[in-house]
Design a protein around this ligand. Structure first.
Ligand code: NDP
Length: 257
């Protein structure tokens, strides 16, 4: 008799994320791509959200090639994401998987690296829209689903410049300060009333397209690969981090325990 997906995960993936439904934004590239593959490899069912359909399909192909559960692909431009779009997404996830256990807010753009005095306002607003506003809109739409999970985890992605501003990092740094604030407020609001934990990850310098855009003269091979950070991402999405909330984690040098 053919094995059901549950049996397959139990046999091949006796892991921590078995059957969890996890949404990853910016899942088509870099850290989001590595996290999606790592979560799926541990038995999670993935919702891959990103701007470029082709990239999401490639990530989905990688996951399916390993005979893991087929992800739901959601090609969406987070710039200007509205509540109706987010509500449609939440309904789609519920229809497809019947719930949601985790969200990795990961998509970001760097924007121009120019002084604040000359920062084009439309670009400033776009960076805030993609990196921060969309996370608020998604949070509002997805909290009802997350509230129904027995053990939900929300992870926001920050940066070193989200704690200490740095010249010419303009809107990107501001968006990360805002993200850290959102995560702190949300963690505090949810701490005593729900089973949803909320934490922040600062991946640190990592070999991705975003880093190369910010530091074009740097040798990418001198940096860790996204895959090197996956123990922390798996910890935060899995049951081992139950009860851990309102914390900020640096991926650099992180070790379990
Ligand atoms: P990448 O540029 O490799 O990946 C970012 C992803 O976000 C891409 O898949 C991209 O989609 C997606 N994205 C960008 N804009 C939109 C949009 N408007 N709508 C939907 N999706 C969008 O970046 P990283 O993997 O490096 O970054 C991941 C996270 O880590 C970010 O939050 C970043 O700020 C943070 N970080 C990264 C560091 C690093 O050194 N790499 C250091 C500190 C923090 P597409 O490919 O289709 O454009």
């Amino acid at each position: 008799m053919p094995k059901s997906p549950e049996h397959r995960h139990d046999r091949d993936h006796p892991s921590s994320l078995a059957r969890r439904v996890i949404l990853v934004t910016g899942a088509g590239d870099g850290i989001g791509k590595a996290a999606s593959v790592a979560f799926a490899a541990q038995g999670a069912r993935l919702v891959l959200l990103g701007r470029t359909r082709r990239k999401l399909e490639q990530v989905s192909d990688t996951i399916q090639a390993r005979r893991l559960e087929t992800p739901l692909i959601v090609p969406v431009d987070l710039h200007g994401l509205g509540p109706e779009q987010a509500k449609t997404l939440a309904e789609g996830i519920n229809r497809e998987f019947g719930g949601l256990d985790g969200v990795l807010h990961n998509a970001s753009i760097v924007g121009p690296k120019v002084p604040i005095e000359r920062f084009p306002l439309d670009e400033f607003r776009k960076v805030l829209s993609v990196n921060f506003d969309s996370a608020v809109v998604l949070t509002q739409a997805l909290l009802p689903l997350l509230s129904q999970s027995a053990d939900a985890s929300v992870v926001f992605t920050s940066s070193g410049v989200g704690k200490r501003g740095r010249a010419y990092f303009g809107a990107y740094a501001v968006s990360k300060f805002a993200t850290e604030g959102l995560a702190e407020v949300l963690a505090d609001e949810l701490r005593n009333t729900t089973r949803i934990r909320v934490n922040v990850v600062d991946p640190g310098p990592t070999r991705t397209a975003l880093r190369a855009a910010g530091f074009p003269s740097e040798d990418p091979m001198s940096l860790p690969a996204p895959e090197d950070h996956m123990p922390l991402y798996l910890f935060l999405m899995g049951p081992e981090s139950a009860g851990v909330t309102g914390r900020r984690f640096s991926a650099k040098g992180w070790r379990a325990g």
